[in-house]
Design a protein around this ligand. Sequence first.
Ligand code: AMP
Length: 202
Amino acid sequence: MSTIRSICVYCGSSPGNDPAYLNAGEQLGAAIAAANIKLIFGGGTNGIMGAVARGVLQAGGEVGAIIPRFLTTRETTHDAMKIFNDLTIVETMHERKQSMFDRSDAFVALPGGLGTVEEIIEIMTWAQLGQHRKPIVFANVKNFWAPMLGMIDHMERVGFLHSRSLIQPIVVDEVENIVAAIQAAAVPEATAEGVSSVIEKM
Ligand code: AMP
């Protein structure tokens, strides 16, 4: 049985200017639902965020949405949020990020803007500091993440990555391969519900 029960997806609150990005979002959502895994995400219904959530829900999957109150009228609307039956409204960005981390067994970054970058970088910094070993995936749709991957390599070359072995993001070019890549990389004791899944196996 898979030890991955929830996947956090970070992605743009905008759609980008190539339909491939929205399609990738919907496709990833459907794949997460098909694997019987819960989506954890930031609760926005616009852009790629909305596409991922719709992809999950249209495929009959489960979504955990976590959004700060001040964004409930910017990244979504009160009506649009009614599609979520597991909706958590928090007061701050930090609460949102902590809750998304705690409730997720793995992290995926689809294309997005500064918010997406901030979120996935923070998850990598926590891995670098040895705070978790949950899989981290760059969904490299149309090579979107090439500059970021180049930057990480550059930091390593010039001696600023002090724990490269702890920062091993998985780069996946094809969206349909993301869930399998995460399941292959899962470390049972590092999962959010890892303890119970280990006990179940005994
Ligand atoms: P963006 O990629 O800029 O469209 O943002 C994607 C998501 O990241 C949105 O839900 C934003 O609210 C969120 N976000 C924006 N800035 C930050 C930040 N500093 N920390 C965490 N999340 C953020």
